[in-house]
Design a protein around this ligand. Structure first.
Ligand code: NAP
Length: 290
């Protein structure tokens, strides 16, 4: 890929790509319904976290728009861990439900790991279960976590061949950074994972053909840290001084150096929900195949 510095990067539009992918999902849902199966997603929200309320609403809306069966279960913040685990167990056995999602974070008295591990791996459409993580690591079929999966679809959408490229992932969480690195590795990139103990982040990112920023801090990546022509995916979700949603990347500066860049909002965010729909659809399709 050639790129002249100081020209504006191409924007990878997560809204447009999501729209395209959701049209395909909708068609596949129709085909599945014709065979008597309606994909079903159960979303569980415990407590009143305002950001979580927005996320679950968008997830349920995405389901409804694509023709899924969707159930939103809201519980008070004082719901006991045992009750939540019992509810998950019931959904594990509900044939109308193919995907189960418990919106994180859960209240402090509930062990999030126990909750994640209670979900049947066959219905783990968030891809957070140890079985899903193991499947990703070993290249077995399973469910990929939605956010990094969405990032891979964005790279695919621009025809970016990762073979032999150097990818730098900033962040090593179980839901974004680590699975992102494994997906890039699976596509034959050479992968570097950076985190809070990385002494010289810039020295790493300057070598990168692809950078994925998944930190949760504004301006973690600035123009001087990016090799001209690199592709930059911004997973971060932060607020600027005016309270506006922004990513981890200094968009104005980096877009003068990168060849492609994802905006915030309108980038990785919409793709995350889209990949949740794809995973749920696949969970339902697998019930027919098995
Ligand atoms: P997280 O669990 O807090 O992980 C953040 C990672 O960033 C950690 O690995 C941390 O390193 C690393 N880090 C912190 N400061 C750093 C620095 N100065 N330099 C390099 N690395 C640094 O967060 P997460 O759940 O992965 O989420 C990351 C961001 O993505 C958040 O803004 C979140 O809101 C956003 N997000 C967006 C979506 C979406 O749909 N768009 C989905 C999920 C998350 P240590 O491991 O050493 O602490």
């Amino acid at each position: 890929m050639t790129h002249t510095p100081h020209q504006s990067a191409h924007i990878i539009d997560g809204v447009a790509l999501s729209h395209q992918l959701r049209q395909d999902v909708t068609q596949r849902v129709q085909a599945l319904k014709a065979k008597g199966v309606t994909p079903g997603l159960a979303v569980i929200l415990v407590g009143e976290n305002p950001a979580s309320q927005v996320y679950v609403r968008n997830k349920v809306k995405g389901c409804v728009d694509c023709g899924f069966h969707s159930v939103l279960e809201k519980y008070d913040a004082d719901m006991s861990e045992a009750d939540l685990l019992a509810r998950i167990e019931a959904l594990n056995h509900d044939p109308a439900i193919h995907g189960i999602l418990v919106q994180l974070p859960v209240p402090k008295h509930i062990d999030a790991n126990k909750v994640i591990e209670a979900i049947s791996p066959l219905k783990d459409v968030d891809g957070f279960h140890i079985a899903s993580a193991g499947a990703l690591m070993t290249g077995m079929p399973g469910f990929w976590p939605c956010t990094p999966y969405g990032c891979m679809k964005m790279l695919e959408s621009i025809g970016f061949d990762l073979r032999g490229k150097h990818a730098v992932v900033i962040g090593r969480s179980n839901i974004v950074g680590k699975p992102m690195a494994l997906m890039l590795l699976q596509k034959n990139a050479t992968v570097t994972i950076c985190h809070s103990a990385t002494p010289d982040l810039k020295a790493m990112t300057l070598q990168a053909d692809v950078i994925v920023a998944a930190v949760g801090k504004r301006n973690v990546l600035t123009a001087d840290m990016v090799k001209p022509g690199a592709v930059v995916l911004d997973v971060g979700m932060n607020r600027d001084d005016a309270g506006k949603l922004c990513g981890d990347v200094d968009f104005a500066g980096v877009s003068q150096v990168a060849s492609y860049i994802t905006p915030v909002p309108g980038g990785v965010g919409p793709m995350t929900i889209t990949m949740l729909l794809v995973n749920t659809l696949e969970a339902a399709e697998r019930t027919l195949a098995s």
